[in-house]
Design a protein around this ligand. Sequence first.
Ligand code: NAD
Ligand code: WQD
Length: 337
Amino acid sequence: MNVLVTGGAGYIGSHALVALIEANYDVVVLDNLINGSAEAVMRVEKITQRKIPFYEGDIRDSNFLNSIFKNHDIDVVVHFAGLKSVGNSVKNPIEYFDFNVNGTISLVKGMELAGIYRLVFSSSATVYGDSSIMPLHEDLPTGEPKNPYGRSKLIIEQMLQDLAKSNSRWSIGLLRYFNPVGAHESGLIGESPQGTPNNLLPYVAQVAVRRLPKLAIFGNDYDTIDGTGIRDYIHVMDLVEGHVKAIKKLEKSGGLKIWNLGTGKGYSVLEMVDAFESVSGRNIPYYFQHRREGDVAVCWADVSLAEIELGWRAKRDLLDMVGDTWRWQIQNPEGYR
Ligand code: NAD
Ligand code: WQD
């Protein structure tokens, strides 16, 4: 089975390559390297001892896509390629709709032309909006995402739902990620943010290696155990193993399915900082700042559907997430650069 991995040189995509190869799939990578690194793919080759066909180019380029589909007999596409910075999406909304929404339109058109109808899409818990019901179950109505990035994910979900309804040949999995963190246990691949990280754990990791002086904690007046925000952090290797299970499920069933990928357990910002300090043995200086606009107080997943339908559940715990992040950071203080 041949899997085309769009965005395979990025954070989650590179880890997915490892899981797919370990599950005996042949992978082909497509990435325009706007936020990814060819080095990540080379390191996956080192981990897996396999040569990976890599195509540098853009999913919005239909000739480029068609040539990949001509060269390889692709059975399924796992679609990670897109832009993901919430803050940048507010500054450059059209760019986000172009990369994410137009990118996906171009991809599914190319797939239809090539007769490929199996797709796994990287969605996000952000599509639930500011729900007061926890945990978040797939049956809950989607909410109003607070930024163009989140809206682009919701629009793509709705578009793919219409597509699946229009033609029963399509078999599509929408995977709603909670907060992916961590790195492959080898420490060879991990998250390598460009510029100052937006997300909590990469920021904390850079404070630990003294690339950044201090962590600003956004709000300590939420209605939570210690006043800081609670999220469902999931180890990236658990997350990508969920993709393998989703592909296997889609091989047997058609239509469109939605699955949450989280752990079902939330941790506060202070709990994450404490865990990082004890694993790394480094002090993480922090201070409290006002709440970040658009943040929800709490967010965690109901993971029962993925457990029942995919036979998948996250195996790695908080110490694995933090420990693997730390190993990656200490071995690669500047990321891939
Ligand atoms: P990433 O930026 O590390 O990876 C995305 C990859 O796609 C990059 O390598 C980038 O170069 C590539 N890319 C972007 N636009 C492209 C285009 N038009 N053509 C070809 N390649 C393109 O991000 P990630 O964290 O690995 O996220 C992967 C996917 O998962 C994204 O769709 C993201 O929105 C989604 N997601 C991520 C998170 C998270 O917290 N990391 C959470 C929920 C959903
Ligand atoms: C986690 C917690 C912050 C940074 C985002 C996107 C979401 C998804 C995952 C892609 C929150 C706090 C953070 C910092 C802090 N991405 N924090 N200081 O906001 O849950 O989700 O990434 O789909 O769409 O919105 O993740 O890691 O930014 O924040 O105090 O410097 O850490 O307030 O409580 P978030 P995060």
